[in-house]
Ligand binder design. Structure first.
Ligand SMILES: [Zn+2]
Length: 484
């Protein structure tokens, strides 16, 4: 395809108009990176805050009540028992409000957190409901939750067994190859902390070094003492053989395996192989599904099957549907290269090629692919916003969007240009200005040539992000492009 650029076309939105005239796209696809706090993505699309269950007055009021009542312990030694009972009641109420604040308003949580000195003076029966100042060392992890049914996703930070909520948006220090130490306040399995307090430890996290294209996966089929099902969400049996086929099949067909999909997408740079371990029951229940729980299930499964993470590039845990898990799947993002422990995937009753491909995509460092729909209007970045409807996971033309799976018969689109560029699978030409003609070859084509253009938004040295132009053809797994 030949794109014609007039020399006067310096403004990106005009270029994008041209694209739509050419029938390339009438919408813009975007890909957010996980360090999204610093990218145009979040500035454009701040997700609405969750419904605040913790009003700041409630938290402050209960904290004051707790401190005032604690004083009575000293002032009224004769009523010690009575005061203590009252204190426990307040501490329990306050704990509920503080737990709500961890997600709604982590700053409110930290502002009201009680220091070690104060906590230590409280009776044990009371202190157990009060947050604790801690310093946690461990390997940072980022977990993505996918709820394909409701089109919702969420990103969670993990450190050790803690789910971490940060008080500031810039969490880039969390994305490191090192083990870290983080000080903050812990309540149950939640840690609230200021990302400025992240300290890198000298010890690097050891990852399996993969030199070849082949990525080795350990797949474990796992159920629980209270949930012994071996079926998927549709009631079909999950077996070693059908899992192996969906992940590792080398046979080219209209329905891909993770292996054939990635081989084609990566131009033979990524292949999947590995072992599927048959059903095992781990000695715990599936009653709750926190980060600490899913990490524990992974640990118990590894012990049961005698699997050492260091021998694999990916760990995939396949469970039956678990009512306490709101997601179809969780996946660990592997956002820094080379990075961290072996990335993991947890699947809750989902045993279809789409889910394997999508979740392994998170492991490989791909975030969700979204959609901005401006219909006949030009897509214009005004410096603060693009005033068109946005859909966070709505990119039809990327397996890292959600929509392709809903198309009848399934659709396994190639990944979009930003993703393929990030992975180093395609040739991208950077366009600054004054270009007349550029020849693009289809993004699916393994031949040499330019697969995509990248156009900076903003001017050096303040480039905010990039627009990409790509050219799709009904080739291989993109065969459906024609009918869409
Ligand atoms: Zn996802």
């Amino acid at each position: 395809m030949k794109l014609n650029f007039s020399k006067s076309l310096e403004r990106v939105h005009l270029l994008l108009m041209l694209m739509s005239v050419l029938g390339v796209f009438a919408f813009l696809l975007f890909s957010n990176t996980l360090e999204f706090q610093d990218t145009v993505f979040t500035r454009l699309f701040p997700k609405p805050p969750s419904q605040a269950a913790s009003s700041s007055e409630t938290v402050r009021e209960l904290t004051n009540q707790l401190l005032q009542t604690a004083k009575e312990l000293k002032d009224k030694p004769d009523k010690k028992q009575e005061v203590e009972v009252k204190l426990v009641g307040i501490a329990q109420q306050r704990k509920a409000a503080m737990l709500a604040a961890t997600t709604d308003d982590p700053n409110l949580f930290l502002q009201n957190a009680l220091s070690k000195k104060i906590r230590d003076r409280l009776p044990k029966a009371v202190a157990q409901f009060v947050e604790e100042e801690v310093s946690v060392r461990g390997e940072p992890s980022v977990i993505i939750g996918d709820d394909f049914e409701h089109g919702r996703s969420e990103t969670t930070y993990g450190l050790g067994a803690y789910t971490v909520y940060f008080t500031r948006e810039n969490t880039s220090a969390f994305f490191t190859e090192n083990r870290i130490e983080l000080s903050g306040f812990a309540l149950d399995s939640i840690l609230v902390a200021d990302p400025n307090r992240i300290k890198n430890l000298p010890q690097q996290v050891l990852a399996r070094q993969t030199g070849s294209t082949e990525r080795k996966v350990a797949v474990q089929l796992i159920n629980f003492t209270d949930n012994t099902s071996r079926l998927d969400r549709e009631g079909n049996p999950i077996t070693v053989d059908n899992v192996r086929e969906k992940l590792f099949s080398t046979v080219a067909s209209a329905t891909p395996s993770a292996n054939t999909y990635y081989l084609e997408n990566s131009m033979d740079k990524v292949a999947f192989t590995g072992t599927v371990f048959d059903w095992q029951q781990i000695d715990t229940t599936s009653a709750s599904c926190t980060l600490a729980d899913i990490f524990n299930w992974a640990k118990l499964a590894n012990e049961k099957n005698n699997v050492n993470q260091r021998d694999y590039d990916h760990m995939v845990y396949v469970f039956p549907q678990i009512p306490s898990c709101n997601q179809f799947a969780n996946a660990q993002g592997d956002y820094i290269t080379p990075r961290g422990t072996t990335p993991r995937v947890w699947l809750y009753g989902s045993n279809i090629p789409f889910t394997y491909i999508h979740e392994l995509g998170h492991n490989l460092g791909f975030a969700h692919a979204g959609l901005i729909q401006c219909s006949s209007k030009a897509i214009e970045w005004s410096g603060t916003t693009i005033p068109c409807p946005k859909d966070y996971e709505g990119d039809l033309f990327d397996i890292m969007g959600y929509r392709s799976k809903d198309i009848i018969g399934g659709f396994f689109p190639h990944m979009n240009a930003p993703h393929k560029d990030k992975a180093g699978w395609i040739n991208v030409r950077s366009i600054k200005r004054n270009v007349d003609f550029v020849d693009l070859i289809p993004i699916e084509s393994p031949s040499s040539g330019t697969h995509a253009l990248s156009i900076p938004i903003g001017q050096s040295p303040r480039i905010i992000d990039y627009y990409f132009v790509e050219y799709r053809q009904p080739i291989g797994f993109d065969n459906h492009v024609r009918v869409r």
